[in-house]
Every structure is written in C-alpha cells, then in structure tokens.
Design a protein around this ligand. Structure first.
Ligand code: PRT
Ligand code: ZN
Length: 285
C-alpha cells in the first residue's frame, strides 16, 4: 500500500505540535529530526520535513498529499487547497500595529501611509476591502523594527502574546486575520489514499473531542440527583452507581472544558460532593 505523504514544518513553531498530534493519534516514528523524510512505524504515513512557506506548493504539486501549515501562510500563498481539519494549535493573528505615540485613531488614518509586512497579499486584500490605499513595503523578517528605523509608519505582522509589539513600542490596532494550523489536502487523491486520510481524520477528531471534554465523577444524595443531572449535558445520560452509604450515589458523566468552572460551582450548590475531573484520552462516537 502506498503511504500518505504528509508535509510538516521541519523546525519552527508548528513542528513540535504537529509531531505531538500524530503521536496522540497513535502514529509513531523513528526519530526523524534532521532528515528530509521518515516513515511511520505503525501507519501507512510518510513525513516530509519542509519550510512552512513551501508546504502549500508541495501539496499543490502532488509531491505531498497533505500538509500542516498556518492559515496565514496558506492564504498568503493563495493556494486553493481544501482544509481537511483545523488543528487548534499555532494560533496567532495577523495584525496592524502603529508606534505607541502615533496619532492613529481609525483605519482610515492608514490611507497613504507606509506599511511594512511579510504578508502583502493578505494586507492588500484587507486594505482594498476597506477602501484604503497604502504604500506596502514587503520585508521578510524583523518587521517590528521597521517604524523605529524610519522605514514605515505602521506594520502588519503576526502576533500571539503581543510582547514583541510591546518591546518595540508598538500598539496593535486592527486584526487582519485570525490564524491557526490546518491540515490541507491535495484536491485529488487516489481512492486508496482517501481511505487512509479518512482513517487519519477519524483519529484526529477523536483526539480533538477528547481534548475539549473532561470526565467528571461526583457523589450526591439520591434526592439531589435529578437537579444535578439537569446541570450536566452529558453524552447521553449520566451513569449512576449506588454508593455503599445508604441514600447516596456516584454519578459519572462528560463535561465540556469551557463549561467546566461554571457548572462545577452550580453542582456544589446543588449538593454534589467529592467531585473529580479527569482528562479523557480519546472520544469515539
Ligand atoms: O523556517 P520556516 O520558514 O519553516 O519557519 P518560519 O520562521 O517562517 O515560521 P515560524 O516557525 O516562526 O512560524 C510558523 C507558523 O507559526 C506561522 O506561520 C504561524 O502560523 C504560527 N505562529 C503562531 C507564529 C506565531 N504564533 C508568532 N508569534 N508565527 C510567528 N510568530 C512571530 C511573529 O512573526 C512575531 O515576530 O512571533 C512574534 C510575535 O510573537 P509575540 O508572542 O511576541 O506576539
Ligand atoms: Zn516560513
């Protein structure tokens, strides 16, 4: 069977998370660091290690079947590749920023200004959509220093924590694009490879669902159970087991991570005790 060929970033911000995702999907590799490619030991998958900027082109050209890349790179390269899954890591935003002491008040203030960026296409589209014209200066790195050396009045760059902007005396003023890592696929794959891709996506979805949910166990007096169950939107209905102590039960269910703190407080008020919350490794429906 021909293996699926997946291109991931060789060394950079997406590399560790890409490998970790495959590992949690139960796909193992011999240490491939430093190599151009390596084969999985227990799944028909071959990994290619590339610069992130090159990944969309490799998939378009059919050298790789799949790639993991930031949406920022994908859209800047204007490759029309289908996204098979959003991966939830590598989150950042492409933002416009101006010097802290600039008189900037609104987007229209950028009209006629010089903006330094490594993302001329995305920025150009954004400016067009807002009816603005600016002078774009394309630079490939250290965009954040452009205003202080007099090259630009504003910049458009990736931001995650915001500390790079802060240390360079810049203020974030507009978001051009929200980005995360995505799994892109070739437009066409053989029937055999479609089957393999579906197997891989099934695993990725099981891992993602598990990451979004927690397993919860609690004890409660039987006369409080009804109220407590109404607070827990579980998978189907919660499991209830009698405790050795008369009149008490143990309740097991699944709860979404983002509802967690709110629901925990309500559960305590409703009479739940001994609440345990555990991570889930995989969730399959
Ligand atoms: O060598 P190669 O070309 O493969 O790597 P690269 O240097 O081009 O990319 P890399 O590893 O820096 O980033 C890969 C991908 O990670 C990007 O394309 C984004 O999709 C994603 N990502 C997430 C980020 C950031 N967060 C990020 N903060 N990419 C870059 N940054 C940079 C940003 O450019 C700025 O210089 O980090 C700085 C800002 O960070 P904060 O935390 O100070 O705001
Ligand atoms: Zn790059």
């Amino acid at each position: 069977m021909k293996p699926l060929k997946l291109a991931i970033q060789k060394s950079g911000r997406l590399s560790d998370d890409s490998l970790a995702l495959l590992k949690t999907c139960g796909i193992h590799f011999n240490n491939g660091i430093g190599k151009l490619r390596t084969e999985a030991l227990n799944f028909p998958l071959e990994l290619y290690f590339l610069r992130d900027d090159d990944i969309p082109q490799y998939v378009t050209d059919g050298i790789a079947d799949l790639g993991i890349v930031g949406e920022n790179v994908l859209y800047e390269k204007e490759q029309q590749l289908p996204i098979a899954a959003k991966l939830g890591f590598g989150r950042c935003r492409l933002s416009l920023a101006v010097p802290k002491n600039s008189g900037y008040r609104q987007l229209a203030d950028l009209n006629g200004q010089r903006i330094a960026t490594s993302y001329p296409r995305l920025l150009g589209t954004f400016l067009d959509a807002n009816g603005l014209k600016a002078e774009l200066h394309e630079i490939s790195g250290s965009v954040e220093i452009a205003p202080s050396i007099g090259l630009a009045d504003a910049i458009c760059d990736l931001v995650s924590s915001g500390s790079t902007l802060f240390t360079n005396g810049l203020r974030e003023v507009e978001t051009v694009l929200e980005s995360q890592a995505v799994l892109v696929r070739a437009q066409r794959l053989s029937a055999e490879k479609e089957v393999l891709l579906n197997r891989l996506l099934f695993r990725i979805q099981a891992v993602q669902k598990a990451q979004k949910n927690k397993y919860i166990l609690l004890n409660a007096p039987n006369d409080r159970l009804e109220k407590i169950i109404s607070l827990l939107p579980g998978i189907k209905s919660p499991t209830i087991l009698p405790l050795a102590v008369e009149g008490w039960s143990s309740l097991h269910s699944v709860i979404e991570e983002n509802q967690f703190w709110e629901v925990i407080e309500q559960l305590k008020v409703a009479g739940a005790e001994g609440i345990l919350v555990l991570p889930i490794e995989k969730m399959i429906f």
